[in-house]
Design a protein around this ligand. Structure first.
Ligand SMILES: Nc1nc2c(c(=O)[nH]1)N[C@H]1C(S)=C(S)[C@@H](COP(=O)(O)OP(=O)(O)OC[C@H]3O[C@@H](n4cnc5c(=O)[nH]c(N)nc54)[C@H](O)[C@@H]3O)O[C@H]1N2
Ligand SMILES: Nc1nc2c(c(=O)[nH]1)N[C@H]1C(S)=C(S)[C@@H](COP(=O)(O)OP(=O)(O)OC[C@H]3O[C@@H](n4cnc5c(=O)[nH]c(N)nc54)[C@H](O)[C@@H]3O)O[C@H]1N2
Ligand code: SF4
Ligand SMILES: [Mo]
Length: 910
């Protein structure tokens, strides 16, 4: 070969490579002959072409979606050959539900489309393993399933024996977004009373402002409901990147005449498709929303009829103490959940119907004409209306006065407020990012006020929160053991903050005075309010744990102050740390025991969350790799061993409050007396027992790949058969009360914490940001196009589409000031930590912020120093309020978020 000329070699080598594979036998290069015309008859190595032809042959096609936290939920055909998935393809067979609305096909994204490659990559967990070195040292020993689960079972029982129930955390993270994968560990947690954090708040995804206003942050549009809107403003949202399968409905709405506005500090990949980009200064959204409210009220753009019926704006408030006027104020033994309007028709107060205390489940006014404005006297008590309070607060936020804060000119605000108010159907889309700002609650609340004032609710628009809480009753029954026994459910952000001792780091990091000036409280006051909330029982917290079984959660990557958090948690769960995972992620790495789970294409399952009406089916197209097992089966085996060992050790139940934790029957209970032994059994049980799935058989559903939910799938109201789902139509059309204290959209909260922080009506506050720290730059970390958090981040196809290693985004002008060039290595730092990354120029970023997409695994960074070390965090005490109507701990609906964007940093060449 060495004697061959270079040109001759090039001519032959590519064919030779293919020939080797096709012939599947040893080949030595000295037998190569130069080939002339490759299409000629006598060309000897024609067979290689079959290799490519055979690429498009398969043994069978199965069905699956991806169960990760992408919010997408897309049905795929999975092509299998010789027991290996060779590729996947979007199913694209969803029916069009209405000829005037585009269909949902094809659903999918580039990550889902390369999973067949990722599932066989080197980080895949294939065998049960036990740590043999120190935690995190990376020394493992393979074990048999039987032995490893028996060892774990004994340790679980030891923890119960030593400490009683309540010391085992069995948290399932956001990687289990399908029904059976989710139900398995939750059912286990229900039986053992394990601690389970709220997954919305432990990642910072809860739109608490929406709950405060509507009593339900998860009543939203199906994505096809965007199509007929004529005004859409999106804030803190980047749907072209983070809602890939659904974003088309937005851009299709433009053909329908919609005006689309993007509010974002950077000209993000969704802003580029918008009619208007509002380059807002990071963290100032409540000021923009309040300035819009100001214009709407000052210019009389509001709709009194809608406001009077649907909102609490006409509810009476005492002028002496600022409290809502309650029945208890007027009548001995009166309820503190009954309130009043001032009826203009009779000139007298009337009690509201439809409140939490009211027997009458309607908000219809039936002849009452409540006053919006004025001051009145009721039995010697002077009262005014919520509307008066709101108007007075909004008067502080003229567009001229907020322009300096937000960077948005007054004229632009006025223009948009008018467009928005006059729209027939207006949607305010608020991304999940809103939950990761300490002032996100203010943003959500003020935007709900914009919508309510202008009559945008039900068929005329509303807030889009990217998630509809569907009515999957049987699923909850399965996951929560028929509600007979429950996990120890806990607020997510708060649980992480407390258990991770984050307050110590926050106290060191923030400048106390500056923090108070920015967010309205300092760390000591925050601590007091946290203690008050736990002490009053507004929010549950279960204290230190002794053991941790972590399922589908990358907690040692996603948390803030993350390395310090990890050290603290590992110290706490000294006795047991089991990780159930598909991959060796940055959390699995530190475990004592690793249990390998089946990936998306290797188990039976259903996926029914998201914001469309399709439940996608996973038909276990291939058997799990190595010795991996479906999550359901792992829990089946673990409960089997716990039951065996409990009986062998003579253990009966442990009393735990009102219930017993029956470890000696836990397998019978988990499997419904040996009926739900496998992933298939559990999937079939769900299909057979869920009315919203319409009586279809699992076989039929698996053949098709999806189930179209029927009307029963709606929680708040039926899903219309041939129309998009729109939030709160039952309230606007049928006058059903909202799930709030007053039964109406709420803009007045006289809870003591709201009073203390001066937030009784929608208003504006700053986030902490660089100003509350000693570092000059703001910092935010949105989600990446090329991964779902840490999933697929190291995949070769995805890495080729980016810079191939962790990178920050920086404005070239700021970079020049700092002596940083495009592609060079930088150090990002603050007093909480540091990390190294490549600089990528991004001219639309403000000079005051740097951006970095989150989700890189710590081991992808130099020295394994991850970005989340520089992420300082705190708790928003308003989100801890309880004992007040609809404010009180509610899973996925009301509790405190973990905040991501509250820190300042600096950057320098490295
Ligand atoms: N490809 C992909 N899709 C995903 C995910 C993923 O990791 N990858 N993750 C899923 C999950 S779990 C989530 S929570 C969502 C998150 O997705 P989104 O809800 O879209 O939220 P982010 O990506 O965090 O941020 C969106 C945008 O907010 C803007 N932004 C940042 N700060 C501010 C601000 O102060 N004001 C305003 N108005 N805008 C601001 C930035 O322009 C940023 O691009 O995505 C889901 N979809
Ligand atoms: N700085 C910063 N930090 C953030 C955010 C941010 O914007 N900025 N965003 C936050 C948000 S919104 C989110 S949602 C979180 C997400 O953060 P993580 O919790 O880190 O999310 P994932 O990376 O999806 O981790 C889920 C894990 O589940 C595992 N898994 C996948 N499928 C299965 C399965 O079938 N069975 C089992 N047993 N395991 C499985 C995967 O290996 C994966 O590691 O990050 C949060 N952290
Ligand atoms: S990863 Fe999510 S969004 Fe992407 S194709 Fe799969 S289910 Fe759809
Ligand atoms: Mo998220």
């Amino acid at each position: 070969m060495l004697r061959m000329k270079r040109r001759e070699f090039l001519k032959t080598s590519s064919l030779a490579g293919a020939g080797v594979l096709a012939a599947n036998k040893a080949w030595s290069l000295n037998r190569l002959e130069p080939i002339g015309d490759t299409l000629a008859e006598e060309y000897p190595y024609r067979d290689w072409e079959d290799l490519y032809r055979r690429e498009f042959t398969w043994d069978k096609i199965g069905k699956a979606a991806h169960c990760i936290n992408c919010i997408g939920n897309c049905a795929f055909d999975i092509y299998v050959k010789d027991g290996i998935v060779i590729r996947e393809e979007q199913l694209a067979k969803y029916p069009q539900i209405n000829p005037n609305v585009p269909d949902a096909n094809p659903r999918g994204c580039q990550k889902g489309s390369i999973h067949s490659a990722a599932m066989y990559e080197a980080d895949r967990l294939r065998y049960p393993m036990k740590r043999v070195g120190e935690r995190g040292e990376g020394k493992w020993q393979r074990m048999e399933w039987d032995d490893i689960t028996e060892e774990i079972a004994d340790k679980v029982i030891d923890i119960f024996e030593k400490y009683g129930p309540g010391k085992l955390m069995t948290h399932t993270g956001s990687g289990s977004q399908s029904m059976v994968r989710f139900a398995a560990p939750y059912r286990f947690a229900s039986l053992v009373g394990g601690v389970q954090l709220d997954i919305f708040t432990d990642v910072g995804d809860l739109n608490t402002g929406a709950h405060l206003a509507y009593g339900n942050p998860l009543e939203s549009f199906t994505s096809d409901g965007w199509f007929d809107a004529d005004y859409i403003m999106m804030s803190m949202l980047n749907p072209s990147v983070t809602r890939i399968p659904d974003a088309h409905y937005l851009w299709e709405a433009k053909y329908n005449g919609a005006r689309i506005v993007s509010v974002a500090p950077d000209y993000n990949p969704s802003s580029i498709h918008s009619d208007l980009w509002m380059p807002i200064k990071q963290g100032t959204d409540p000021f923009l929303a309040m300035s819009m409210v100001n214009v709407i009220i000052e210019e009389g753009l509001y709709k009194p009829d809608f406001v009077k019926e649907q909102t609490d704006l006409p509810v009476l408030v005492r002028t002496d103490n600022g409290k809502l006027l309650r029945e208890a104020d007027l009548v001995d033994g009166g309820s503190d959940q009954n309130f009043y309007h001032w009826d203009l028709n009779t000139g007298a107060p009337v009690m509201l119907r439809g409140t939490m205390a009211s027997e009458e489940k309607t908000i219809a006014l039936d002849g009452v004409d409540p006053a919006l404005e004025g001051t009145f006297t009721v039995e010697g008590i002077e009262v005014t209306t919520v509307f008066e309070k709101v108007r007075a607060e909004a008067a502080n936020y003229t567009p001229e006065s907020t322009a300096k804060i937000t960077g948005i000119a007054a004229d632009t605000v006025r223009g948009e407020a008018r467009h928005f108010s006059k729209a027939k159907k207006a949607i305010l889309m608020l991304g999940f990012n809103v939950g990761r700002y300490s002032n996100g609650i203010y943003t959500g609340w003020a935007q709900a006020l914009m919508l309510a004032l202008t009559g945008h609710g039900g068929k005329t628009g509303g807030m889009d929160t990217s998630w509809v809480d569907w009515n999957h009753g049987a699923w909850l029954q399965l996951a929560l053991y028929g509600f007979e026994k429950l996990p120890r459910l806990e607020p997510g952000g708060l649980g992480e903050f407390q258990r991770g001792h984050m307050i110590e780091h926050a106290r060191k990091y923030y400048d106390a005075d500056k923090l108070k000036e920015r967010v309205g409280f300092n760390i000591d006051e925050m601590e007091e309010m946290i203690n008050e909330s736990i002490g009053e029982g507004w929010m549950p917290y279960n204290g230190d744990m002794k053991g941790l079984i972590s399922i589908a959660d990358n907690k040692f990557r996603r948390n803030k102050f993350v390395d310090k958090y990890r050290e603290r948690i590992l110290e706490e769960v000294e006795e047991l740390f089991v990780d159930i995972n598909v991959r060796m992620d940055s959390t699995a790495q530190w475990a004592d025991y690793l249990l390998p789970a089946a990936s998306h294409y290797e188990a039976w399952d259903l996926r029914g969350v998201g914001f469309h009406r399709f439940i996608n089916v996973f038909s276990r197209p291939v058997e799990p790799i190595g010795e991996a097992k479906p999550d359901w089966d792992i829990m089946e085996l673990l409960t089997r061993k716990i039951q065996e060992r409990a009986i062998a050790r003579g253990i009966e139940g442990y009393q735990d409050g009102d219930v017993t934790r029956d470890l000696h029957t836990i397998h019978d209970d988990y499997t419904m007396n040996q009926t739900l032994l496998t992933d298939y059994d559990a999937t079939k049980w769900l299909v057979d027992n869920s009315p919203e799935m319409g009586g279809v058989s699992l076989e039929e559903a698996a053949e098709r790949g999806f189930i179209v939910m029927n009307a029963k799938g709606g929680n708040n109201q039926p899903i219309p058969v041939d129309e998009p789902y729109r939030p709160f139509v039952a309230q606007t059309e049928n006058k059903k009360p909202y799930d709030t204290l007053t039964g109406r959209v709420t803009f007045y909260c006289d809870h003591p914490t709201f009073e203390k922080l001066g937030a009784m009506v929608p208003t504006a506050r700053h986030h902490a940001g660089s100003e509350a720290s000693n570092f000059p730059l703001n910092y935010y970390s949105p989600h990446t196009r090329w991964g779902i958090h840490s999933n697929w981040r190291s995949n070769k196809f995805m890495l080729r589409l980016q810079r191939g290693e962790p990178n920050i985004y920086i404005n070239p002008k700021l970079a020049a000031q700092k002596g940083i060039t495009d592609g060079s290595k930088v150090r990002v730092f603050n007093s909480a930590g540091e990390f190294f990354a490549q600089a990528k120029f991004y001219p639309s970023l403000p000079l005051t912020s740097i951006m970095m997409e989150h989700g890189w695994e710590p081991h992808q960074y130099e020295q394994w120093k991850p970005m989340n070390n520089t992420m300082a965090t705190l708790i928003q005490p308003l989100e801890l309020a309880g004992g007040w109507g609809h404010l009180g701990f509610k899973l996925f609906k009301w509790n405190a978020n973990q905040l991501a964007h509250e820190s300042g940093v600096d950057v320098e060449p490295a």
